[in-house]
Design a protein around this ligand. Structure first.
Ligand code: SF4
Ligand code: SF4
Length: 191
């Protein structure tokens, strides 16, 4: 490219850009600029922005985390005892205590793949797009609403239950071992 042809190209592209701007300015109803954040452009209902977990309906199944291509969902859970199993959305059972359900939105690429397999539809993409922060750690959203005291209590109950089951198993094995052996067959097993 020569010197003058570069200048011609620069002027041409500038005029094209100015033409587009002028076209937008004269069209009624078209937004040229707005006083953000005082005003904002409405986002579509199908938009994929910040994730939200309606935690009360989350069963901790991990399907969302398994579907995430960048591993930004972290779930830590442990078994609920039968007395604590709850039903959500009429058919889904909460069989786990979810002590941690974190989503690192600084890693999220807004693909929405995590929302599709959710059996209770508690994980959704919201219209919230303005959540800038000074510290990237503020982009880790924590959804578990269990208190540390509640988690500690439930873990202790589970440990006690496990110990009880192990003791029962050991007692059954000991009883089976103490049982006298059946008398030997005098025919040596022949008919
Ligand atoms: S939207 Fe995509 S990247 Fe973001 S958490 Fe869900 S699966 Fe992961
Ligand atoms: S898929 Fe839904 S129910 Fe299962 S852990 Fe994720 S958010 Fe919870």
């Amino acid at each position: 490219m020569g010197y003058f042809s570069d200048i011609v190209r620069g002027v041409k592209t500038t005029l094209i850009g100015l033409g587009l701007t002028a076209k937008e300015m004269v069209q009624p109803g078209h937004i040229v600029t707005i006083e953000y954040p005082k005003k904002s452009i409405p986002v579509p209902d199908t938009g994929r922005y910040r994730l939200h977990n309606h935690f009360d309906d989350c069963i901790g199944c991990n399907q969302c985390a398994n579907a995430c291509p960048v591993s930004c969902i972290e779930i830590v859970s442990f078994k609920r005892l039968d007395k604590d199993v709850e039903t959500v959305k009429e058919t889904q059972k909460k069989r786990l205590w979810v002590e941690k359900f974190d989503i690192d939105m600084s890693k999220c690429m807004f693909c929405g793949l995590c929302t599709w397999p959710c059996p209770t539809e508690c994980l959704t993409m919201t219209k919230v797009y303005d959540y800038s922060a000074y510290d990237f750690r503020d982009h880790i959203y924590q959804f578990s609403n269990h208190t540390p005291e509640q988690i500690a209590e439930k873990k202790a109950e589970l440990e006690a239950w496990n110990a009880e089951q192990a003791a029962k198993k050991a007692a059954a094995a000991a009883a089976a071992a103490a049982k006298p052996a059946p008398p030997a067959d005098p025919a040596g097993g022949k008919a």
